[in-house]
Design a protein around this ligand. Sequence first.
Ligand SMILES: Nc1ncnc2c1ncn2[C@@H]1O[C@H](COP(=O)(O)OP(=O)(O)OP(=O)(O)O)[C@@H](O)[C@H]1O
Ligand SMILES: [Mg+2]
Length: 238
Amino acid sequence: MLELQNIQVSVNDAEVVHNVSILIPNGKVAALMGPNGSGKSSLVNAVMGHPRYHLTQGYVVLDGEDITNVSTDEKAKKGIFLSLQNPPAIPGITVSSFLRNAVQAWTGKNIPVMEFKSLLEQEMQKIGMEREFASRYVHEGFSGGEKKRLEALQLILLKPKYALLDETDSGLDVDALKIIARNIQRVSAEMGILLITHYTRILQYLVPDEVYIMREGRIVQRGGKELADKIEKQGYMV
Ligand SMILES: Nc1ncnc2c1ncn2[C@@H]1O[C@H](COP(=O)(O)OP(=O)(O)OP(=O)(O)O)[C@@H](O)[C@H]1O
Ligand SMILES: [Mg+2]
């Protein structure tokens, strides 16, 4: 289980997340919803160690081990994955070399270039990504939906223990959403997922065991899948 305990986050000296606790059990999906600006991205960025988002109180506990102050790369090596809401471009680094290096670092195994190329092509085909993306630079010139596909492809290839997915569904067309959600679901049996989303559509495929609602930096409601359906119908204002 990945436990976020009483987390407080500051950005530019302003506290944007106050005393938030979320449990992400292995093999389960927790959904995090909430209006724009409620602190969802700040929370996951701080948990992963983004230098701008200061985790000023609370603990990140991975399978019983306190990893609050562990560096970002070590957190990744321990199996935590963050899919960014707005992933930056990395000019000069191709998708295939980026992904091969990431998979090698995570598995500790050397994968010959040709072997990785064929694995990559298979997985890209499954999520409907054209082969030419393998030789493009990471996220450079990618459309909104193409960026989300590449974030999902990373998750599918890496198969981390715990995945924090910050709006992986936003910007995807309806067909792409279905394909990507199913492919994430395919690799998620032994993964704990925290899924930040504004829509219930993705939750039809990645069915949440627990839904958390965040507002003004606090968890204000917690419930089952029906809570997400209620929000979809009624909004956050009621
Ligand atoms: N780098 C930053 N500099 C200044 N303020 C920031 C920064 N990042 C976040 N904030 C502020 O922190 C608050 C929470 O933002 P955050 O991005 O965490 O919200 P969110 O819940 O992810 O919203 P959305 O649903 O729109 O993605 C907002 O008021 C935002 O303006
Ligand atoms: Mg956000």
